[in-house]
Design a binder for this molecule. Structure first.
Ligand code: NAP
Length: 539
C-alpha cells in the first residue's frame, strides 16, 4: 500500500496517462479549471496513436476536417489540412502544433511509462509508479491510454530468431525504413496491413503478404485539398462539426434511413455504386440502415464488394483468396484502401494464404510455411493490438482493497458510462471500454468535456472521492450489452469483440464497445451531469 499523505502534500490534483489526442485536450481543460495536472507519456513526444504508428502509408480514414479538434476557433483558423485524409506525418505535426500553441509541453513528462497505479483509500489518492521507479501522487487519475495502443506480436515460433530487420507497425523506427529492392514480408491484413502493403509494394523488390483472414476493403478516394477548397472547408467548420454531432457515430456519413429491400434492385445497385465511388466511410457508415443487422441485406452488399474485387484483381484465384468468407461486409472494421487490390496484379507481389499453407515458424532467414521457406530482408508485423482493455491490462491498476482492474473485468469490462469503474474511485477513463467511439476525436472532445465537468463539480463542492456505484455500473453494462444484440459484428471474431489469439485469455468474445448512437450516449451523460451526478457516490 502506498503511504498515506495529507491531501495538501499531493503532487498533483490530476494525473493524465497519455499525451495523445485525449490527454492533450484533457490537460488543456484541467488547466482552465486551475487544477495542477500532469501528463505522463511513455513516448518521447506527443501524439499517441500518431506518434507510434509511423508505418508507411499510415493516414486517417475519417475526413481530416472532421477529425481535428473543434474546441478552438483560432486553431481551426490557422491550420490547413493538405489532404482529405491526412497522412501520419501531417497529423503528428498538427498535434505538435496543438501542444506548442497551447503551451502544453511544460506539464507533460515524456519517457514516463506507467507501471502501476494504486488507490489509497485513507488518503483518497492514487499513487502512480513509473517503470523507472519514479512515484507520483494525485487526487484523480485520468486514463488517456488509447483503445488501440498495446501492439501484439504474433504467437509464431521463432519470431526472435530472424536475422534481418523486423518491425511491428505500431513501433515503427522514427528514421523510416527503405524498401527499395528489398525482399519484404507483411503478416496481417487489417486496416494497418492494407495501408502498409499498398505503400511498400511501390518500392519493394519482392513483397510477400501472409494473409490469415481477408477483410472487406473499400476505396478511400483520397485527394489533395487546394487552398481555395481549404478556405471553403474553414468557412463551413460550424456545419461540419454540427453534422458530426448529429450523426450516429460522429462521422460525416450516417446510415441511409431506407432498408435495403425497400428499393428496387437497380436503385440498390446504383446506391452501392455511388457509395463505392464516394470518399471515405460512406459505404460502411452511410449505407442502407439494415446492412449491419440483417443477414440478407448484408449478403447483398458483401456480394457487391466481392464483384468489385473480382473485377480489380486479374488472377481470379488470387481474387477469391482476397474475398472474405467468414464474415460479411462491415462486420469488422472496413479498411479503406488506395489501389490495394491492384497491388496483387504486380509481378513483384505474392499473396500467401496461410490457411492453405500455415506458417510453421520464423527462421533466421525468413518465414517457413508448411510447403517451403522464403527468405526476406525485412518482416513487417501488422498484427494489431490487444485492443480496448489491453492498455489497461498493461498497467497494474489496483483499486479498493488492492483489487486488480484486470480481475474486476474478467469476462468483460464493467463500467459506468464507459468512464468510471466501481471500486476504482477517482479514476476516469477517456476512450475506455463501453464509451461511444466512431470518429474518435469527436468522442474524445465530448468525454474530456464531461470529465472536466465532473472535475469542476468536485472542485466547487470540495469533493475528494468520486465513485460509480454498483447499481449504476450494472445498469450501464447491461444497457451496452443489450445495444449490441442483433449486431452482426458481435458474432464475429475481431478486436472489436475482444478477440486476440496472440494474447492469453483473449479468445472469448466480449462486449467492450458501446454500439448505440453517439447522440444517445451524450444525452445520457448530459443528464447524469445535469442531475448533479446523483447516480454516483460522491464524498
Ligand atoms: P487488426 O485489424 O487486428 O489486424 C491484424 C491482422 O494481423 C489481421 O489480419 C490478423 O489476422 C493478423 N494476424 C494477427 N495475428 C496473426 C498471426 N499469429 N498469424 C497471422 N496473422 C495474424 O489490426 P490493425 O490492422 O492494426 O488495425 C486495428 C485497428 O486500428 C483498425 O481496425 C482501425 O480501427 C485502427 N486503424 C485505423 C487506421 C486509420 O484510421 N486510418 C489505420 C490503421 C488502423 P486475423 O484477422 O485472422 O486475426
Amino acid at each position: 500500500m502506498a503511504a498515506s499523505r495529507e491531501p495538501n502534500a499531493l503532487d498533483y490534483d490530476a494525473i493524465i496517462i497519455g499525451a495523445g489526442i485525449s490527454g492533450l485536450y484533457q490537460l488543456y481543460r484541467l488547466r482552465e479549471l486551475g487544477l495542477r495536472a500532469r501528463v505522463l507519456e511513455a513516448g518521447t513526444g506527443v501524439g499517441g496513436t500518431w506518434y507510434w504508428n509511423r508505418y508507411p502509408g499510415a493516414r486517417f480514414d475519417s475526413e481530416s476536417y472532421s477529425y481535428g479538434y473543434s474546441f478552438s476557433r483560432e486553431l481551426l483558423d490557422e491550420w490547413d489540412w493538405t489532404e482529405h485524409f491526412s497522412p501520419q506525418p501531417e497529423t503528428l505535426k498538427y498535434l505538435n502544433h496543438v501542444a506548442d500553441r497551447f503551451d502544453l509541453r511544460r506539464d507533460i513528462q515524456f519517457k514516463s511509462r506507467v507501471k502501476s497505479a494504486q488507490w489509497d483509500e485513507t488518503a483518497r489518492t492514487w499513487t502512480i509508479t513509473l517503470e523507472d521507479g519514479g512515484k507520483l501522487t494525485s487526487r484523480f487519475m485520468i486514463t488517456a491510454i488509447g483503445l488501440l495502443s498495446a501492439p501484439t506480436m504474433p504467437k509464431i515460433p521463432g519470431v526472435e530468431s530472424f536475422k534481418g530487420r523486423s518491425c511491428h507497425t505500431a513501433r515503427w523506427p522514427h528514421e523510416g525504413v527503405d524498401f527499395t529492392g528489398k525482399r519484404v514480408a507483411v503478416i496481417g491484413t487489417g486496416a494497418t496491413g492494407v495501408q502498409t502493403i499498398q505503400e511498400v509494394a511501390k518500392t519493394a523488390g519482392q513483397l510477400t503478404v501472409f494473409q490469415r483472414t481477408p477483410n472487406w476493403c473499400a476505396p478511400l478516394h483520397n485527394d489533395k485539398i487546394s487552398r481555395e477548397e481549404m478556405q471553403k472547408i474553414r468557412a463551413s467548420y460550424p456545419d461540419i462539426f454540427k453534422r458530426c454531432l448529429e450523426t450516429f457515430a460522429c462521422f460525416l456519413h450516417t446510415p441511409d434511413p431506407r432498408a435495403t429491400h425497400e428499393v428496387t434492385e437497380a436503385e440498390r445497385e446504383a446506391h452501392f455504386e455511388k457509395l463505392y465511388a464516394d470518399r471515405g466511410f460512406g459505404i460502411w457508415q452511410g449505407n442502407f440502415r439494415d446492412i449491419l443487422m440483417d443477414r440478407k441485406a448484408n449478403a447483398l452488399i458483401s456480394d457487391f464488394v466481392a464483384r468489385k474485387i473480382r473485377r480489380r484483381v486479374k488472377d481470379q484465384k488470387t481474387a477469391e483468396k482476397l474475398i472474405p468468407r467468414n464474415h460479411g461486409f462491415g462486420t469488422r472494421r472496413v479498411p479503406l484502401e488506395t489501389k490495394y487490390f491492384e497491388v496483387y496484379n504486380q509481378p513483384n507481389v505474392e499473396l500467401v494464404d496461410i490457411n492453405e499453407t500455415p506458417i510453421d515458424r520464423i527462421t533466421e532467414a525468413g518465414i517457413k510455411t508448411s510447403d517451403r521457406e522464403r527468405s526476406f530482408d525485412i518482416i513487417i508485423y501488422a498484427t494489431g493490438f490487444d485492443a480496448i482493455t489491453g492498455a489497461f491490462d498493461a498497467i497494474d491498476i489496483r483499486g479498493e482493497n488492492g483489487l486488480r482492474l484486470k480481475d474486476k473485468w474478467k469476462g468483460g469490462p464493467k463500467t459506468y458510462l464507459g468512464i468510471l469503474v466501481e471500486d476504482f474511485p477517482n479514476m476516469m477513463m477517456l476512450m475506455g471500454p463501453h464509451t461511444a467511439l466512431g470518429n474518435i476525436p469527436r468522442s474524445i472532445e465530448y468525454s474530456v468535456e464531461w470529465v472536466s465537468g465532473l472535475m469542476h463539480y468536485a472542485r466547487d463542492h470540495r469533493l475528494t472521492r468520486l465513485e460509480a456505484n454498483a447499481e449504476g455500473v450494472k445498469s450501464w453494462t447491461e444497457h451496452v450489452i443489450k445495444l449490441g444484440e442483433g449486431l452482426l459484428s458481435n458474432e464475429i471474431d475481431s478486436w472489436m469483440t475482444g478477440i486476440n489469439r496472440n494474447v492469453d485469455g483473449k479468445t472469448e468474445r466480449i462486449v467492450a464497445r458501446y454500439s448505440g448512437s453517439a447522440p444517445a450516449y451524450r444525452e445520457r451523460c448530459d443528464r447524469v451531469a445535469a442531475e448533479g451526478y446523483k447516480e454516483m457516490n460522491l464524498v
